[in-house]
Write a protein that binds this ligand. Sequence first.
Ligand code: SAM
Length: 212
Amino acid sequence: MRLRKIKGADETVAASPYVIHPASEGPLPWKKLFANERPLHIEIGTGKGRFLMELAKANPSANYIGIERYTSVLIKAIRKMEAQPLPNLFFLCMDAANLEQYFAPGDVERIYLNFSDPWPKDRHARRRLTSETYLKRYDAVLAPLGQLEFKTDNEALFDFSLESIRASGWKLLGCTRDLHRDTQMNEGNIMTEYEEKFSAQGNPIYKLIAAR
Ligand code: SAM
């Protein structure tokens, strides 16, 4: 993804009350932060935050953390939260490669990946958020019955993801190659910014749900 650096984004993210600023290394005290013990769902690669904001608004009985590595992108999600604060959503500015540093085993009930960067070159395959490398990281933080939900418009990335799920010994709980025409899988679907753009161009949306 081409990224335009926004002036002041680093400072805005560093000062935002909607962003978690870890005081030390080690698992986040997220139960204290949300002041409850409700299940924790995270999105990796939150982008401008629309999906997670709508989801958090519709599901006050869960806690949400949106992870995004670039401040110039996260600032857009922060602006949305400033306009409409939600008590059950925080953002975290970090590279998902560091997931295990901030979440303890069993912390996370659900992980959402939406329109993750495809990293098309073979030599970058391990950077894909559905690679076996990342599935190991998810395995380390997911609750025993935790689930992974992944949406994309990229068929090659989807096929790669199905293969890494199989190779990692995970189970496929749901799978569609045309989400918007699949009444069962599409029920309650919340569109992301990218999903709206790609489906408007006539691209089918692929979705899978997996668990260990
Ligand atoms: N999920 C949004 C959507 O569907 O509209 C944004 C999709 S955009 C193609 C992918 C986003 O994931 C970008 O904002 C990118 O910075 C973020 N991202 C990619 N790899 C990441 C990583 N390893 N850790 C955190 N964020 C990442």
